[in-house]
Design a protein around this ligand. Structure first.
Ligand code: BES
Ligand code: ZN
Ligand code: ZN
Length: 510
């Protein structure tokens, strides 16, 4: 899909279909809808008056405007976007996704969207393009029949009178972010038998080579040398070796003075989680192919960072392993020693994410990370607490957490903080080792984070539990069922905001 910005009038857009959002209860008395109504010979007011379209989110009305008065597009799609005062990044992005999915179904190839959003033209354009890329993704790679073959060739974002440069930069940013997000979704959708830890390392390597990131992949012998007993205990039951993928983005020009701060993104990359000896029930076990979404989120975000080139270095680490039962597998009750020397009693082999993350976080520290944001499909408990609406966020640095929540909000994502009081750490005390890997039935998401905290001491740290939000159980008008790519946009925005803050600090210091 080719994307472009236009600051000319929507009348001029040389496309098959024009997309216009409609607010709840909006009429054609004035403004854009009045103009369109005129061009469409009264069809817009007729649709609104008949209440076929009330402007509720996700509603659509599709019009053919054959005798159009000055309108180049011969088709008009009205998309409901809800209350005007709530029209922010989330509804803007969803409007674009809904439009793309709807029009693709009608075999339309070229589309112009008039976002009708206030604010910076570049931001608006980026959000629209991101939403369009989210909408276009179809998880049907393995279908040989009934595959979605209809493609959108060109999307134009029309912000009349908008700053042309800002608009074009926004459109380009939207493409970069949208493609990164779909890489994450594509990987999350891969069956465990197709995407193993080795496969993930290959995908990461291809991406790194294409976009100029440095990459190092630790194999099991190097992990043994590093003493990563926690990570290695998870892959022990599998014939597929674990891989620790380490990506690094360095800005094209060296920062002056040299950077003292290093941000690391760390993701859980369990390419299939059967539970191990603590085997999961069969129902829905197939979904545990997406237990590597944290790792894929890191890889997706790093892909975008490599192209957006913010002026700060970023490490991206994905801890990849399978979690399977076998005669060699770690058993409940076994004690393993993490890279830091801390001993862990493995009560439940299904609580494996925290084991791989423990060593990945420690390794990030040895590489000089001073701030760590980890992300993982870590606990079923986060779905109980927050459903599929909010990502759970916890950590030790409130300023970092606040920044992440704000960065998420700005791009239409939702992060909700859970507490991490020291009292919760009592639940992971072991009778025979330093700590144990489960903390009982209560506060499951928090005790999982309390476990990670043991390894994130000395740095500024935040943890995202994306187990409830990484997978959409139903299709929505704006995206397919399946992997959602949640947190990719938030992380990219967080890094860009952080870089802007740094740039401002540097200026103030100079
Ligand atoms: N990968 C799962 C968590 C999960 C559940 C992700 C559902 C996505 C959807 C994780 O490894 C796990 O099994 N966690 C256990 C921990 C328990 C044994 C303490 C859980 O949440 O039940
Ligand atoms: Zn598990
Ligand atoms: Zn898991």
């Amino acid at each position: 899909m080719e994307v472009q910005g236009s600051s000319a009038s929507y009348n001029e857009a040389d496309v098959q279909a024009l997309v216009v959002p409609v607010f709840q209860g909006e009429k054609t008395e004035d403004g854009l809808l009045k103009e369109l109504d005129k061009a469409a010979g009264g069809l817009v007011s007729s649709v609104l008056e008949s209440e076929e379209l009330k402007g509720k989110e996700g509603e659509t009305a599709y019009l053919h405007v054959s005798n159009s008065n000055g309108l180049k597009a011969r088709r008009l799609l009205l998309v409901g976007v809800g209350q005007q005062e709530d029209y922010g990044a989330a509804s803007l992005s969803q409007m674009a996704g809904t439009a793309i999915r709807f029009l693709r179904g009608k075999s339309v190839k070229t589309i112009a969207i008039v976002p009708r959003a206030k604010g910076d033209a570049g931001k608006v354009a980026s959000t629209v393009v991101e939403g369009a890329f989210i909408g276009i993704f179809e998880p049907d790679k393995y279908r040989t029949e009934d595959k979605e073959k209809r493609e959108i060739e060109r999307l134009v974002v029309v912000v009349e009178g908008g700053d042309e440069n800002a608009l074009n930069r926004g459109v380009e940013r939207g493409r970069i972010v949208g493609e990164a997000l779909n890489l994450t979704r594509d990987m999350a959708n891969e069956p465990g038998g197709h995407l193993t830890p080795t496969g993930m390392a290959e995908r990461a390597r291809e991406m790194a080579n294409e976009f100029g990131l440095s990459i190092d992949v630790l194999d099991e012998s190097r992990m043994t040398q590093e003493g990563m007993g926690a990570l290695l205990s998870v892959s022990r039951g599998s014939d597929e070796p674990a891989k620790l993928i380490v990506l690094k983005y360095t800005p094209p020009y060296s920062a002056e003075p040299p950077e003292t701060d290093l941000l690391a993104l760390v993701g859980k990359g369990i390419t299939f989680d059967s539970g191990g000896i603590s085997l999961k029930p069969g129902e829905n076990m197939e979904l545990m192919k997406y237990d590597m979404t944290g790792g894929a989120t890191v890889i997706g975000a790093m892909r975008a960072i490599a192209q957006l080139k913010p002026p700060l270095s970023v490490l991206g680490i994905a801890a990849c392993s399978e979690n399977l039962p076998s005669g060699k597998a770690t058993k409940p009750g076994d004690v393993v020693t993490a890279m830091t020397g801390k001993t862990i009693e493995v009560i439940n082999t299904d609580a494996e994410g925290r084991l791989v993350l423990a060593d990945a976080i420690s390794y990030a520290k040895t590489l000089g990370a001073t701030r760590i944001v980890d992300m993982a499909t870590l606990t079923g408990a986060v779905s109980v607490a927050l459903g599929d609406v909010n990502v759970g966020i916890l950590g030790t640095d409130q300023a970092l957490i606040d920044e992440l929540i704000e960065a998420a909000q700005e791009v239409g994502e939702k992060f909700w903080q859970l507490p991490l009081d020291k009292e919760y750490s009592r639940q992971i005390k072991s009778d025979i080792a330093d700590i144990k890997n489960v903390g009982g039935r209560r506060a499951g998401t928090i005790t999982a984070a309390a476990f990670l905290k043991e390894f994130a001491d000395g740095v500024s740290w935040a943890h995202l539990d994306i187990a409830g939000t990484a997978w959409g159980e139903d299709a929505k008008p704006y995206r397919s069922k399946g992997p959602t790519g949640t947190a990719v946009r938030a992380l990219i925005n967080f890094i860009e905001r952080d870089a802007r803050g740094k740039a401002a600090d540097d200026e103030a210091a100079a």
